[in-house]
Ligand binder design. Structure first.
Ligand SMILES: NC(=O)c1ccc[n+]([C@@H]2O[C@H](COP(=O)([O-])OP(=O)(O)OC[C@H]3O[C@@H](n4cnc5c(N)ncnc54)[C@H](OP(=O)(O)O)[C@@H]3O)[C@@H](O)[C@H]2O)c1
Length: 382
């Protein structure tokens, strides 16, 4: 039986990871849970799964947690240090990294450094610290298995394939809620409309990233680090049904594809059980019911952030940090009603155009570059 640490257990991925653990109770138990401010749900999860360690977002959250529940032998910690403690917990075999945004970086790096199986959902960590994460994993012997459905698909297609025989890695995109919206109507789109994703139920940040297609840009950078792929080996196809999660084109023109129902429990389960396969968490795919699978090229005029991510792959690593920070600030401002939907790419491009790139050295340097880029973003946000 494998012991799990779930970082971001109260979020969309975290809850699905716990559902997979419930589905395969003879294979998995929960060793630690880390979350932010949803203390009520964290208590419910702790009561049900009996972890040895729980981490809350801050000290007040830990006090609130202990007021509601004191499990036998349960330790309660908090803050970034607490999440890091959960990530390196001796008894944990697998760490699901699903804290949203850069808040998950320290704990994700710590898990990679501690030689754990890292089931990686927090793509932002790979975007800003791809080199460092890979080095940490190599040094400690940790294996990184992607949770993002597209990268899980590529990972599965690449099993048993000789890397030099791969010509292209193609990530699919649902196109988000505005795939069919004329470009001139995007400006007036509200937060509610941007959050109404047609296929996936996800947290707010990643849902807005999906609406701007920045999500695909971040995923291109993630794929670059996970699969050692240059920008000319990476492509995006819009596939509104979200059944084909990615495709790998081989040197001889064959294309391998990975398909599964549109539910994150599938890639999460694979990240936990790899290289084994276990019974599915939900009914498997019925292609006869799906009937048609469509593919379209993305529109770079309407969704310019995919090209900005390609640019970041070609530039020194601080560009990816600036891209991510500018985007996080812009998305937060949009969600708060401070900027319009079409201002999100404007803020990100403003940050990148004023950025002077260099290679980031270490975690502290990455965090410094991140703060600088957030300050730069503030100049473009009223
Ligand atoms: N959702 C998806 O389908 C999906 C797919 C692919 C990749 N991802 C990636 O997976 C990650 C999580 O996405 P999500 O959709 O699950 O996000 P979400 O629903 O917003 O959940 C975020 C989780 O992180 C916790 N958290 C946030 N800031 C924290 C902090 N500073 N310290 C500790 N915990 C903190 C939240 O805790 P509280 O809620 O308790 O505050 C929550 O548990 C993101 O990087 C996203 O890009 C998600």
């Amino acid at each position: 039986m494998k012991a799990l640490t779930i970082l971001g257990s109260t979020g969309s991925i975290g809850r699905n990871a716990l559902a997979v653990a419930d589905h395969l109770p003879s294979l998995f138990r929960v060793a630690a849970l880390a979350a932010g401010s949803n203390i009520g749900l964290l208590v419910e999860q702790a009561v049900k799964h009996r972890p040895a360690l729980v981490s809350t977002g801050d000290e007040a959250g830990a006090r609130e947690f202990l007021r509601l529940y004191r499990g036998p032998g349960l330790r309660v910690v908090w803050g970034p240090k607490g999440a890091e403690e959960a990530a390196v917990l001796e008894e944990a075999d697998i760490v699901v990294s699903a804290i949203s945004g850069l808040g998950g970086l320290r704990a994700t790096l710590a898990a990679a450094g501690a030689g754990k199986r890292l089931a990686l959902a927090n793509k932002e960590s790979m975007v800003v610290a791809g080199r460092l994460l890979r080095e940490e994993a190599k040094r400690s012997g940790a294996d990184i298995v992607p949770v993002d459905s597209e990268h899980s698909g590529v990972f599965q297609c690449l099993a048993g394939v000789r890397r030099e025989e791969v010509r292209k890695i193609i990530l699919t995109a649902s196109g988000g809620p505005f795939f069919k919206t004329p470009a001139e109507e995007l400006e007036g789109k509200s937060v509610e409309e941007a959050l109404a994703h047609p296929r996936w139920a996800m947290g707010p940040k990643v849902t807005i990233d999906s609406a701007t297609m920045m999500n695909k840009g971040l995923e291109l950078i993630e794929a670059h680090w996970l699969f050692d792929a240059g920008p000319d080996e990476l492509d995006v196809l819009v596939h509104p049904q979200s059944i084909v999660h990615s495709l790998v084109e081989m040197r001889d023109g064959s294309v391998l594809a990975q398909l599964s129902p549109t539910d994150m429990r599938f890639p999460i389960q694979y990240a936990l059980t790899h290289p084994r396969r276990e019974p599915p968490p939900l009914p498997s795919l019925n292609l006869a019911a799906v009937r048609s699978l469509e593919f379209f090229p993305p529109d770079p005029e309407k969704f310019p952030l995919i090209d900005q991510a390609r640019r970041a792959i070609e530039e020194p690593s601080s560009f990816s940090i600036a891209l991510n920070a500018g985007n996080e600030e812009a998305v937060a401002a949009f969600l708060d009603g401070r900027i319009r939907f079409t201002d999100i790419p404007r803020v990100v491009m403003g940050v990148l155009d004023s950025h002077r790139g260099r290679e980031a050295d270490d975690l502290e340097d990455i965090l410094r570059l991140d703060s600088d880029a957030r300050r730069a973003a503030a100049k473009f946000i009223p």
